[in-house]
Design a protein around this ligand. Sequence first.
Ligand SMILES: [Mg+2]
Length: 207
Amino acid sequence: MIPVFFYQNGARSFTIVKVNPILLIRTGGWQMAAIAVDMDEVIADFVGKELKLFNRLFHESVTRDDLRGTSLRQLKPEFSDVLLYLRNTNGYFADLEVIPDAQQVVRELSRHHNIFITTAAMEFPNSVTDKYNWLRRYFDFIPELNYVFCGDKRIIHADYLIDDNSRHFTHFSGKGLLFSSPHNYYEKAENRMNSWNDVLKFFGEID
Ligand SMILES: [Mg+2]
């Protein structure tokens, strides 16, 4: 294909190529990034749900600050099994709150980039239907074919991965953006995102 016309205006560009006898317009192309977005603790408030349920069931008063550098299962090992059991019950992932500003920012990013939701749903197989319905409810602007319910995230190939677990960056060929969550509070990260506004700023600067 031989480009016959190229136009660029800031981050926007397109090339018109002539493929005899069809004229194709290729928009964006090389400037559109593939952004993989994790669910729990990135767009879905997993810790909020776990704390609320745990405190109510067991008359405790654990806060997000108590979980800095740890997890509830590590902080309360005597409840570890029951916490795991709860996570794997139907409906557990159905009513998670949306992380502040996630909807607006992901919607904005989806106008310029390809967004994929990449979640290690196989850790909790019963979560799959809840997660699917949750995405249809709150992120219906992302095509269903862009949902990647996976096990090992090493299979993910994208330009960026926004995740609260830095272990997923180890074999990731793109750039990892660490989304802040209490458990990663003390981790050093090259690209730490404390909020979705940080994410918006990050992509605003690279566009
Ligand atoms: Mg996560």
